[in-house]
Design a protein around this ligand. Sequence first.
Ligand code: BTN
Length: 312
Amino acid sequence: MKAGQAVLEKLRGSAVPLSGTDLARDLGVSRAAVHKRIEKLRASGERIVGTQRVGYRWRGSADRWNPPALRQGWVTDVVAFSTVGSTQDEAKTRAAGGADEGTLVVADRQTAGRGRWGRVWVSPRGGLWYSLVLRPSIAPDRCPALTLVAALDWVRVLRRRGLDARVKWPNDVWVDGKKVAGILTEMSAETDRVHWVVMGVGLNVNNRPPASTEAASVSQWIGPVSRQELLSEWLTRFARSYGRFVRNGFGPFQRDFNRWSLLHGRRVRLEGTVSMEGQVLGVDGLGRLRLRTARGEKTCVGGEVSVARNPA
Ligand code: BTN
């Protein structure tokens, strides 16, 4: 655990103010070190009130975006909105206008958030809504697997925080039987060349999830979380994964994807350009879903998957 995080946890967990001396003793550090960590936490958006002879109290987290801190290495530009129609539409306009790979569009709130299949994506304050411009030099038919790679990195970020996160092919992240995140990947391409890909991610973090029995927010399991911290961690991971994917394809991710798959071994129904039912055998080295159906093994490139009523 990071030094500042320990101070934050003490303050968050305490119903009464904690003095610098108490904190220093509990954490085995000097008072000056406590003071320094509190200043850093404040700078990152934590509201910590200090009263002389009483102590420090945590009053919540402003959870504001800090664009310079997100502009790490691979991220070339950060466009942060308080409210926007859709980060996806903003990023697509920028991509079509020549925006660099690594352009990131984030928003606190979307008024016209979009999901797959033209569905509405409810995006109130407290959630993490962002879209990323990518320009991979790969064949267009390899692009759908990028969504799987991104979802897998979210699973890793959430599992590190103790959540039992799983990928649900082809674009969701689920925790304990509930959907916490969805990914919408759109692109512009010729038959053999990708112009741009815009990857949009919606993660319910501190917001009340939409009124659906299927949806949940990360904070339901672990309390309020910094969206900035989550996104930074994902960006760091994804920068690595993306490079690996462009160089070596989906193969290096196949094992982990199957390991953390929500659907592995389950009987599912797939709706898409073709519809079928079968038992999930896993994903192949290209990221396609393998199903054992009554008509033999089939591989599917896309579609909407639901768990069939009568499990095999
Ligand atoms: C899905 O599960 O259907 C995918 C949902 C993707 C939602 C994100 S939120 C950020 C970006 N902006 C949008 O309008 N949609 C994506």
